[in-house]
Design a binder for this molecule. Structure first.
Ligand SMILES: [Zn+2]
Length: 733
């Protein structure tokens, strides 16, 4: 079975159905075309799995005259950093470049700062990669090569938004394909670095330059889109064309540096979750390693967001090394790039990054320190992690639950997919259920066969082939939990008449959507569904709040029990009118069925999105209970005790670990943390692999040997307290 849901024929068909007036005949979205074999991934460089602790020094232009090279080399040594990213060129060259229009730092003089840093880091035994940033350039470049400059929608060359004396470059034309290729080749020839990291390489928003207009028209037949509506045929074609152009650029650069140093690669700063604009499946195929760039919290971001980033990348890259870039400063829209973050906040962010399987990379902008308060926290964290290294070389996560994320839903349906995923993420954290994320275009048995339960948080866009894969998963004993509009569109975001998974849900869509609903409730049917596991913890609740949006659906088969029914909206003002017009309906608001060894739960409303918005504990209980009912087996790991913990579990070659990250904090949902606050005793129960014998149990952070008992394959460990991050390490023989 092919895992590629997109073919050229399907693209043409659905676009015609959508009413496109323009012929698409010349357009072949090679990215998704089954007739074109994907390029073979280049060999993995020998060094990529070595580094566990990365450092980054991003020089600013006047650093060559000011910064203290010996200080930085000493800091890399003290932090036991084993890899480094150093500023090379692009916007500013930190070495005596010979390439025309490649601007040397005005403070460089006769020095070769990049060369000095590379030599110093090599002496420390570090892996060394060089950083390039191509997104901005200068007046002389714009005058000599106007076709290198980005153009706005109204046809004007584009000045840089933050440095108005500079110009924004076109990411998809000759500036990147030709000039930046020469820069990379020069850096690689001079320094033979292990790789080249490319920052801000993918353009800075839409570019309407002549190259972009002509290239797009040649391939698609369209003018560049001037709408963001993903159902507009030109916009849809642009979403794919831009990706193809960038993947071509990545491979072009990669080949150029490998011709000089075969044991190297380029590493684009790219990727992410559902809203990422480049296909993570393709990224996962091309990248031997990757850096996830979610540097710190901002606004109302949860402290688990960095762990989520790790899971998003792992869904596409598997167990290839994934590195988590964290900032020592604040990451808010005001871009205080020289700021210093509170030490407690940095510690928790890195703890969750490591607990979720990433290797840390600290980033510091500027070689001159305006504020030294970050130095000690990062040194403490890195030295601690160096001591834990063998327990951080994970071979596989231990979990039976996974949540699907869908880039095609974000691209082509354009709804706020992240709100639904975030709702599940928060619920699973609170329930202390370890889980993974899964990419929706990797639903083959090799990628999902290890899971018992797959969660589909309003995954609206699913192809027929993807629906078949989900059916096969359930036929093989897997369970599925789906919400709201899951499978209501095809892979291009075009609405179906009915769910693609109607047979799996046992439910059909009646063609109507209700919402936003005010003052609607759910009746808990304790009489007819007494003791149903979905209602655990809600035994004393006759009714709970409903969500905000619901689909009108009809059952297509007989459901044994209906634990939740609809209490329709009724007026919420004037207060005299606030009484239910209908006390009870027989309209089911959850559908639970068993299918062989698998179980299927479908919520026709936005329980996950509403939970993320409102955080009602009643909705939390339904979400947790749904996962437990669907999974229907003893968990690999369970942790009981007070507080909010991110729990992850891993297998290494000769050990198992359970990470407990203490998120319990008044600043959990709005950083930065003021202090770390310990939680009290936690009981950890871990299911050991068949035949495994425990030789030692160790708490890595406390550096103690805890009380533990073993009962058959179950290991019971008492963790007396957790400050920020504890790891229960179990050595196996
Ligand atoms: Zn352009």
């Amino acid at each position: 079975m092919t895992t590629l849901p997109f073919t050229r024929r399907q693209f043409l068909k659905t676009t015609t159905v959508a009413g496109a007036a323009v012929t698409l005949a010349p357009f072949t979205p090679r990215l998704f075309a089954t007739e074109v074999q994907p390029a073979l991934p280049a060999p993995t460089p020998s060094w990529v799995d070595k580094p566990m602790r990365w450092a980054q020094l991003t020089l600013v232009e006047d650093d060559p005259g000011k910064f203290d090279l010996a200080f930085w080399l000493d800091y890399f040594r003290r932090t036991k950093s084993d890899a480094v990213c150093l500023s090379g060129g692009g916007c500013v060259a930190y070495y005596p470049t010979q390439i025309p229009f490649h601007h040397r730092s005005q403070w460089l003089g006769n020095r070769d700062v990049l060369g000095e840093l590379v030599a110093g880091c090599r002496k420390l035994g570090m892996v060394v990669i060089a950083r390039t940033d191509p997104h901005a350039t200068y007046d002389d470049v714009a005058a000599a090569h106007p076709d290198w400059i980005a153009v706005t929608a109204d046809g004007q060359p584009r000045r840089h938004w933050a440095s108005p004396e500079m110009w924004v470059t076109c990411g998809l034309g000759p500036y990147n394909f030709e000039f930046m290729t020469e820069v990379k080749k020069e850096i690689m020839s001079r320094y033979m670095v292990d790789g080249i990291f490319i920052n801000r390489w993918d353009g800075s928003g839409m570019c309407y330059c002549e190259n972009c207009r002509n290239n797009f028209k040649d391939v698609s037949g369209f003018e560049l889109p001037r709408t963001t509506n993903p159902q507009d045929p030109a916009r849809r074609a642009y979403i794919l064309w831009r990706q193809q152009r960038l993947f071509d650029l990545w491979q072009h650069w990669d080949q150029a540096v490998r011709e000089i140093n075969p044991d190297s690669c380029v590493i684009p700063n790219t990727g992410g979750g559902a809203t990422s604009s480049l296909d993570m499946k393709k990224i996962g195929e091309l990248a031997p390693t990757l850096m996830a760039d979610r540097q710190a919290r901002r606004g109302l971001m949860s402290p688990w967001a960095i762990g989520m980033n790790a899971k998003e990348y792992r869904a596409a890259l598997g167990m290839k090394p994934i590195v988590g870039i964290f900032s020592v400063g604040l990451e808010e829209p005001y871009r205080w790039k020289d700021s210093v973050q509170n030490g407690a906040e940095i510690r928790l962010w890195v703890a969750d990054l490591v607990a979720n399987g990433m290797r840390p990379w600290f980033t510091k902008f500027g070689g001159v320190l305006h504020d030294e308060r970050w130095l000690k926290p990062v040194e403490d964290i890195y030295r601690r992690l160096a001591g834990w290294e063998k327990y951080l070389r994970n071979e596989s996560p231990l979990t039976r639950v996974a949540v699907v994320y869908s880039q095609q839903t974000a691209w082509f349906v354009g709804n706020k997919v992240e709100d639904n995923i975030n709702g599940w993420y928060q619920a699973l954290i609170e329930a202390r259920i370890p889980f993974e994320l899964v990419h929706d275009r990797l639903l083959d048995a090799a990628h999902i066969g290890q899971f018992k339960t797959l969660i589909l948080p309003n995954i609206a866009a699913l192809s027929d082939a993807q629906c078949d894969q989900l059916r096969a998963f359930v036929n093989n004993g897997g369970s599925v939990i789906a919400t709201y509009e899951t499978s209501l569109c095809d892979e291009w975001g075009v609405r179906r008449k009915d769910f693609g998974l109607a047979d799996l849900f046992g439910v059909g869509w009646k063609g109507r959507t209700e919402g936003p609903m005010q003052n609607s409730y759910l009746r808990l049917e304790h009489d007819s569904a007494r003791g149903h596991p979905l209602l655990r913890g809600l035994e004393d609740a006759p009714r709970i709040v409903n969500g905000v949006w619901r689909l009108e659906v009809e059952p297509r088969e007989k459901f044994a029990q209906v634990p939740l029914t609809l209490i329709p909206s009724y007026p919420d003002l004037p207060m005299e009118k606030v009484y239910p017009r209908v006390e009870k309906t027989d309209i089911a608001e959850v559908f639970l069925r068993e299918s062989g060894k698998g179980r299927v739960i479908y919520f026709p409303w936005d329980i996950d999105r509403t939970f993320w918005e409102v955080l009602s504990v009643d909705h939390f209980k339904l979400l947790r209970n749904a996962v437990e009912w669907a999974t229907n087996e003893e968990p690999t790991v369970s942790v009981t005790g007070h507080g909010v913990l991110d729990v992850t579990a891993w297998r290494q070659k000769h050990s198992m670990t359970v990470h407990l990250v203490n998120l319990t904090n008044p600043m959990m949902m709005k950083g930065p943390l003021r202090e770390l606050i310990p939680v009290s005793e936690q009981q950890v129960r871990l299911h050991l692999p068949d035949g495994a014998r425990v030789s030692r149990v160790h708490l890595l952070a406390a550096n103690t040997k805890p009380r533990f008992t073993q009962n058959g394959r179950e290991l019971h460990v008492v963790v007396p307290s957790i400050l920020d991050h504890e790891v229960v390490a179990v050595d196996l023989v």
